[in-house]
Design a protein around this ligand. Structure first.
Ligand SMILES: C[S@@+](CC[C@H](N)C(=O)[O-])C[C@H]1O[C@@H](n2cnc3c(N)ncnc32)[C@H](O)[C@@H]1O
Length: 290
C-alpha cells in the first residue's frame, strides 16, 4: 500500500466533514474516550508536562490529552471544530471539577489564538487526520512559546491495527468483494510511517524531534457490543464505509455476529479481549530564536 501525501481531502472518498464528527460526539465520549486515559497520560509524560503549565489540545474531541493534562494540574484550552465535541469536553471537565480547563470551537488549520501562548501543544488522533497536516502542525508550533513542546499522537501501520482488521473481516463476511482500505488509505494513516511523522515535525520548525513507536492503543473489551460501539463511534468513517458498500440491516447483524465471535475467542480464559494498535508518538521543541 502506498501513501499519497499530495492527495487533497476531496479526493479522499472517506473524508469526514465536521457535521459527521458532531453526530458521533456523544457516542465517542461514552464508548471511546474512557479507554484512552492511560494512553493520554503516557503521552503527556513523554513531553514532561508539569502542573501549572499552559496546555493546548488541538482537535481535542471530548478530552483525550486535554482532560489528562487538566488532571495533572495544567491550565488547559481544548479546541475542536465540532461544537458537540466541545460540549462533551466541557461537560466532562465540569463533572470532574477541573476548573482550569476550558474549551472552544476552532479549526486546527486556523487557530484563533495569539503566537507563543502555550508551554505545550498536543493533538491525539486529531491533527493526525486533518487534510492539510503541514499547515495544522505549523499552527501548533506558532501558538507554542519558544522553548515549549509540541506533541502528536498518531496511528501506526493499518495492517497492525487490530480493530480495523476485525472490521474489514466482518465487512468481507457480507461483502466478499470489499478489498480493504482504499489506496491511498484514509488520512488517518498519513503519518503511520514514523519517518514521515519525524520529517513533518521537523518541517513544521521543531527541534530535538523524537518519535516513540513502543506505545500501543490497548482496547479491553468484555463483549462484542463494546467492540461494535467502538468501531461506530471512534470515527465517522465506519458509517461512511458501511453506506458506501450498501450494507443492509441484515448484513449489519451478520457483521455484529462476526465481531462477537472475535471477542469471545480472544477473551477465552480471562473474560476480556485485548485488541491493540501500534502508535507513533512524536514530539519536539520550538526553538528559542525565530
Ligand atoms: C479521533 S477524534 C480524536 C479526539 C481526541 N483528540 C481523542 O484523543 O480522543 C478526532 C477529532 O478531530 C476533530 N477534527 C477533525 N478535523 C478537525 C479540524 N480540521 N479542526 C479541528 N478538529 C478537527 C474531530 O471533530 C474529532 O473530535
Amino acid at each position: 500500500m502506498t501513501i499519497d501525501h499530495e492527495t487533497s481531502p476531496a479526493e479522499h472518498a472517506d473524508f469526514a466533514p465536521q457535521e459527521a464528527w458532531d453526530a458521533i460526539a456523544t457516542g465517542y465520549a461514552e464508548h471511546v474516550a474512557p479507554g484512552e486515559q492511560s494512553l493520554s497520560a503516557a503521552a503527556l509524560r513523554l513531553v514532561g508536562l508539569s502542573p501549572g503549565e499552559r496546555f493546548l489540545d488541538v482537535a481535542a474531541g471530548p478530552g483525550g490529552l486535554g482532560l489528562a493534562a487538566a488532571r495533572l494540574g495544567a491550565t488547559v484550552l481544548a479546541t475542536d471544530w465540532a461544537p458537540q465535541m466541545v460540549t462533551q469536553f466541557e461537560s466532562r471537565a465540569r463533572s470532574e471539577g477541573l476548573s482550569e480547563a476550558s474549551a472552544a470551537v476552532m479549526d486546527a488549520h486556523a487557530l484563533d489564538l495569539e503566537d507563543d501562548r502555550f508551554d505545550v501543544t498536543g493533538s491525539q488522533f486529531g491533527v493526525m487526520l486533518v487534510p492539510d497536516q503541514a499547515l495544522a502542525l505549523r499552527e501548533m508550533v506558532r501558538v507554542t512559546r519558544p522553548g515549549g513542546r509540541v506533541l502528536l499522537v498518531a496511528y501506526g501501520p493499518p495492517a497492525e491495527f487490530e480493530v480495523l482488521q476485525v472490521f474489514i473481516r466482518a465487512l468481507q463476511a457480507v461483502a466478499p468483494g470489499f478489498e480493504g482500505l482504499p489506496d491511498p488509505p484514509p488520512l488517518e494513516f498519513q503519518v503511520s510511517d514514523p519517518d514521515v511523522l519525524r520529517e513533518r515535525l521537523v518541517a513544521a520548525g521543531l527541534r530535538d524531534v523524537q518519535v516513540d513507536t513502543t506505545q500501543q492503543e490497548r482496547l479491553e473489551l468484555a463483549t462484542g457490543q463494546e467492540l461494535w460501539d467502538w468501531m461506530l463511534f471512534s470515527n465517522p468513517i465506519t458509517a461512511i464505509i458501511l453506506d458506501d458498500v450498501g450494507v443492509s440491516e441484515a448484513d449489519r447483524a451478520t457483521m455484529r455476529a462476526v465481531v462477537e465471535s472475535v471477542v469471545r475467542e480472544r477473551a477465552e480464559g480471562s473474560g476480556v479481549a485485548v485488541l491493540t494498535s501500534p502508535l507513533n508518538i512524536g514530539w519536539g521543541r520550538k526553538g528559542d530564536l525565530r
